[in-house]
Design a protein around this ligand. Sequence first.
Ligand code: SF4
Length: 253
Amino acid sequence: MAMSAETGAAEKERDRAAPWRPDVAAFSRKLAQASPREIIEVAARALPGRLAVVSSFGTESAVLLKFVAEVDPSLPVLFLDTLWLFKETLAYRNALVAHLGLTDVRTIAPSPSALAMRDPKRDLAFRDRETCCGIRKVTPLAQELAAFDGWISGRKRYQGGERAALPTVEADGPRLKFNPLARLSRAQLEATFIGAKLPRHPLETLGFTSVGCSPCTHRPAAGAFGRDGRWSGLGKTECGIHTALLSASATDK
Ligand code: SF4
């Protein structure tokens, strides 16, 4: 099919702005030793007006958002409100936004028609978690990201599982996905919290090490690690917004 003049111009402009697109793995290796702030700076320079941050405002989110605020507090931050979040998470979002001076935090809710059709009794989280995550997280985020050419996640390799081999930059369909905290250690994350005097998620003081939706988050046993309290005992470790991509992406190694 012939390309219109407008489409051709737009694609040329995109190629000019993102010359690494043919080799994302090489671009990722180039940034493998960069600091979180440097990686966010590179991403923001490369995709001006077309880059978003995705945050759950969970127990570790403040560190990524601190670096984002230092680079550009007006970067769009997408927050998925599944309508199953703890009220403490919503309060923490408001407190952290004010603390860091973020100016464009967008709260994204599931489609009312999808909820009416697939989860009319609000019990999907207890009988079909893949579909529940699909309509409450994966689809709403995919729709919101359609307006962007790249996004930033806060995942770390130390979180293990599918995240253990996380590259610094990866392809996410037509977009780039940056993982500025990929090589951060737990100790470095903790040091950043302390050094920057970042506020903590209210549920952390009650023993929660990772906080998502209330039906799928449990307080782990003492000594448990990070995300152990998520989908505990269900054989599920990811909601789906990252896993399809991770299975197909390269690593920095
Ligand atoms: Fe539903 Fe649980 Fe997924 Fe939240 S984490 S969207 S409640 S299945």
